[in-house]
Write a protein that binds this ligand. Structure first.
Ligand code: PEP
Ligand code: MN
Length: 327
């Protein structure tokens, strides 16, 4: 045993050196690929090239159901995670009002005072009915950026359309693709060229495979994080059915940083904190929650918003995690 030890140590060192060289090569490749995409000036999708890449990895196109059911899949520990939109290694809590409204400044102060680094708020709102509050668009996003900057907060905000995306990405740190646009491939292709990290929500009727397929439009082009926000269920008690195992499975299979949004995922403010804690216990990477200083005055989703004290309590329960601060 003892005369083998020096050998083992030497072999481990060799592997460490090789790992370092591989990391450096991958980083160089990523930089060149990013440069290439920037210079193409058009969506970087060449079907022949995509086929060629996929062809090198048989598992990639093995139907997901088979991959999950045969021993692989969720049982395998993740060895490395793809670059996500948020700092790696911690649990990121993003909070903010559903939409940018007259209470924006107070809402953001609450988020900052709770010790969070990331704020959310929508400038364009995807609403079921055209007579509901639609958001105030670019001027609202400008207000959000200015208030967040005053408080040192980073911004996650949804862009609904390709028309607004180029201007919107200049004003956010992470651009959100909402559930209704989860399979808007034209928007995804465009965002792949705009250079901003993307938080990709799961569509309310997307399978895990479809969700990962949507993420593949962005993967390798911009940092991507997934966000499980509930799927269409059968019980009217819930606005949506938060699929925690689905989030864990997507993370395992796709190696994407994966968060949950229990506000939209349940529609019930009282379930938000327990679901965030469950997500952290399950090894997920973060959560996005809605909070409002005067929920009844919120023009959208007031009834699922956390009250100020509830957000503070949740932040305390998660401490001493950095809650999204860069390490
Ligand atoms: C939101 O986060 O404001 C939102 C509209 O979420 P979703 O797209 O998940 O419904
Ligand atoms: Mn909302």
């Amino acid at each position: 045993m003892s005369d083998r030890e020096p050998d083992i140590a030497r072999l481990r060192r060799q592997i460490d050196v090789l790992d370092g060289e591989i990391d450096a090569l991958v980083a160089r490749r990523d930089a060149i690929a990013a440069d290439l995409i920037r210079h193409k000036g058009e969506p970087p999708y060449d079907p022949a090239r995509e086929q060629e890449i996929a062809g090198r990895d048989a598992a990639l196109w093995l139907p997901l159901l088979r991959r999950v059911r045969i021993a692989e899949g969720a049982r395998h520990a993740l060895t490395s995670q793809k670059p996500g939109a948020f700092p790696a290694g911690g649990f990121t809590l993003i909070a903010g009002p559903c939409s940018v409204d007259e209470h924006l400044e107070q809402n953001l102060e609450v988020v900052a005072q709770a010790g969070l680094a990331w704020v959310r708020a929508g400038a364009w709102k995807p609403r079921t009915f055209p007579w509901s509050f639609q958001g105030e668009g670019l001027p609202a996003l400008r207000r959000l950026r200015a208030s967040a900057d005053r408080l040192g907060l980073k911004v996650v905000s949804e862009v609904l359309s390709e028309i607004d995306a180029p201007a919107a990405v200049e004003l956010v740190d992470v651009v959100q693709v909402g559930a209704r646009n989860a399979q808007n491939f034209a928007l995804l292709k465009q965002l792949a060229t705009l250079g901003k990290p993307v938080l990709l929500k799961r569509g309310a009727a997307c399978t895990i495979e479809e969700w990962l397929g949507a993420a593949a439009y962005l993967d390798g082009r911009v940092p991507v994080s997934l966000c499980e926000r509930g799927v269409r269920g059968f019980d009217p008690c819930f606005r949506n059915l938060l699929d925690l195992p689905g989030a864990v499975l997507a993370r395992q299979l796709g190696a994407f940083q994966t968060l949950i949004d229990p506000s939209h995922g349940t529609g019930i403010a009282g379930l938000v904190a327990p679901m965030v804690l469950a997500a952290r216990a399950a090894g997920l990477d973060g959560a996005m929650v809605e909070v409002h200083v005067a929920p009844r005055e919120s023009p959208s989703d007031g009834n699922q918003a956390l009250a100020v004290e509830e957000l503070r309590e949740l932040a305390r329960a998660l401490a001493p995690e950095p809650l999204g601060a860069a390490r």
